[in-house]
Ligand binder design. Structure first.
Ligand SMILES: [Zn+2]
Length: 218
């Protein structure tokens, strides 16, 4: 069986950076929904052509199409040692279709990591976050400050706070996330490990590795 790690957690929980750490440590393949959508549209593939009108009209892409994207991607990456899915499945419907159409067909051993974080921490993390609009590097004034005040280490551009990083939008985004994704925690309960995402990033990573080993990842 091929390991397939699914990372669940609200925006700001550190999913992205944990995905990168896991990828370099385990040598698994990873992709985000956004990257898949963009590449299919750019390549004008048959799925890309189906998805394009939804994006143009600002409508939600149907769950079946999103799952189809991942199915094709897994099919195209059969030589991978394993997979890390960041931000997929996002809804209960996607999870059902994923289980039905992908898990058995590609002989995947699914392990779900749920990063649980407190809303207070999400707020304080986001309020201290700075981004570079030019190269998209992300900093944090407390945990990862730039070498020079408000200046990007990579490209020297001035750093800014994201427009939507304010307490109200964070609470709203978190509520949206919880109502949409919390049922997934229930759905995957058998193969799920909950990690305390309030800890520092290294401790979160070591807890994830412990959780994966207890589930006999390899
Ligand atoms: Zn930069």
């Amino acid at each position: 069986m091929k390991p397939c790690i699914i990372l669940l957690g609200p925006p700001g929980s550190g999913k992205g950076s944990q995905t990168e750490k896991l990828k370099s440590f385990l040598g698994f393949q990873t992709v985000s929904t956004g990257d898949l959508v963009r590449s299919q549209i750019k390549g004008q593939t048959s799925i890309g052509l189906e998805i394009e009108p939804f994006l143009k009209e600002g409508r939600l892409v149907p769950d079946e199409l999103i799952v189809q994207l991942f199915k094709e991607w897994i099919k195209d990456n059969q030589d991978a040692k394993g997979f890390i899915l960041d931000g997929f499945p996002r809804t209960l419907e996607q999870a059902y279709i994923f289980n039905k159409d992908i898990v058995g067909k590609f002989n995947l051993k699914v392990q779900v990591i749920y990063l649980e974080v407190s809303v207070d921490l999400l707020i304080s993390r986001m309020l201290t976050r700075l981004i570079c609009n030019k190269c998209k590097a992300v900093y944090n004034t407390t945990s990862k400050p730039p070498k020079h005040l408000n200046q990007c280490d990579e490209c020297g551009e001035a750093l800014e706070r994201r427009q939507d990083d304010n307490p109200e939008t964070i609470v709203t985004r978190n509520k949206e996330y919880m109502s949409l994704t919390a049922p997934l925690v229930e759905f995957f309960l058998e193969n799920l490990v909950t990690i305390n995402g309030d800890q520092d990033s290294e401790k979160v990573f070591s807890d994830i590795m412990k959780g994966l080993n207890n589930g006999n990842l390899n």
